[in-house]
Design a binder for this molecule. Structure first.
Ligand SMILES: Nc1nc2c(c(=O)[nH]1)N[C@H]1C(S)=C(S)[C@@H](COP(=O)(O)O)O[C@H]1N2
Ligand SMILES: [Mo]
Length: 321
């Protein structure tokens, strides 16, 4: 019998075969064991059991060694595309799914400017063309203390930025969402300063986990999830993952960002997921995984500490939130 392995989200949930799941699990474990072996190897000291270290390591981390995958159950496509934050379409969780159908996403172009040798406005197709499409299964943790696991399709951000040749003065990357009130009814109200803006330090943007998504669950991005191009930064609170991007600017100084401007005491520029720094109005120690009943503990850097903690060496993560 020919074995045809399809990603589980290509199938109705009930149809996912035990064989497909077992295969994914084996792949995942292989990655985890390699990670454990690498770390154990690096730390190998007299009396330190290699197998024991590897075992402990693979049990602790919810993601594969590179952080590109998790074997946690996926949030259903229905939940991920109907429970959204996208204030351009209203502040209710169901507003984006109900109101985003009228957003015209073709043609679309992305302007790359600022501290780059090769600035320009590029049609989305040309913007994407040079980069092989990848798939990432990331945990998403909203600052409101709910979370999801979403399979994205897209391209890593780093090679895209490199293509436009950042100058030596480029230290940060600023992102801007489309401003088109006639198609984004939420923009008729001043709930946020429009257009929505976000930003990353350049080294964060160049990290292999920083991703530009064009699809999810094996299909094109629904408008409510940020079509046709949105950022995904899995170790930061969800508001950093800006949707429907039209402009990317390389800049010298930390750029203003929407939620940080709106409420600087509540939303920092860095916004790294941190269970030890509570939001002024609620605890960040735990979260509700959409589709599950029990709360689960929130992990430092949303479970990606091994991959990204080094970016923040020497920084006080309590004050630089
Ligand atoms: N332009 C824009 N991007 C945005 C938002 C927004 O309101 N406008 N909301 C953010 C927040 S708070 C979260 S949690 C995620 C939600 O992404 P999702 O709806 O795809 O799960 O998008 C982020 N990106
Ligand atoms: Mo969020």
């Amino acid at each position: 019998m020919p074995v045809h392995v399809r990603p589980p989200w290509a199938l109705p949930e009930a149809d996912v075969t035990p064989a497909a799941l077992a295969l994914r699990r084996r792949e995942f474990l292989r990655g985890a064991v390699w990670a454990g072996a690498g770390i154990a190897g690096a730390l190998l000291a007299p009396g330190c059991g290699r197998a024991e270290e590897a075992g402990r390591e693979s049990a602790a981390s919810p993601v594969s060694a590179d952080g590109f995958r998790t074997e946690e159950p996926l949030t259903s496509f229905e939940a991920a595309s109907s429970y959204n934050n996208f204030y351009e379409f209203g502040t209710g969780k169901e507003d984006p799914a109900e109101r985003a159908a009228g957003l015209v996403t073709r043609p679309w172009s992305v302007r790359v400017d600022g501290e780059v040798a090769k600035p320009g406005a590029v049609a989305l197709e040309d913007f994407l063309a040079p980069h092989p499409v990848e798939e990432r299964i990331y945990r998403l943790r909203c600052v409101e203390a709910w979370s999801m696991v979403i399979p994205w399709r897209g391209i890593p951000l780093g090679p895209v930025l490199a293509r436009f040749e950042p100058t030596s003065r480029a230290k940060y990357v600023a992102f801007e969402t489309l401003h088109r009130p006639e198609q984004m009814p939420g923009q008729h109200r001043d709930v946020l300063p429009w257009p929505y803006r976000e930003g990353l330090r350049l080294d964060e943007a160049m990290h292999p986990l920083s991703f530009l998504a064009t699809g999810m669950y094996g299909r094109d991005l629904p408008n409510q999830n940020g079509a046709p191009l949105r950022l995904v930064v899995p170790w930061k609170y969800g508001f950093k993952s800006i949707k429907s991007i039209v402009r990317i600017s390389l800049v010298e100084h930390e750029p203003p960002t929407t939620w940080n401007r709106q409420a600087p005491d509540e939303y920092g520029f860095y916004a790294n997921v941190n269970p030890e720094v509570d939001h002024p109005r609620w605890s960040q120690a735990s979260e509700r995984r959409v589709g599950e009943l029990r709360r689960r503990p929130t992990l430092p850097f949303n479970g990606y500490a091994e991959q990204v903690a080094g970016l923040y060496a020497g920084m006080d993560l309590r004050t630089s939130f």
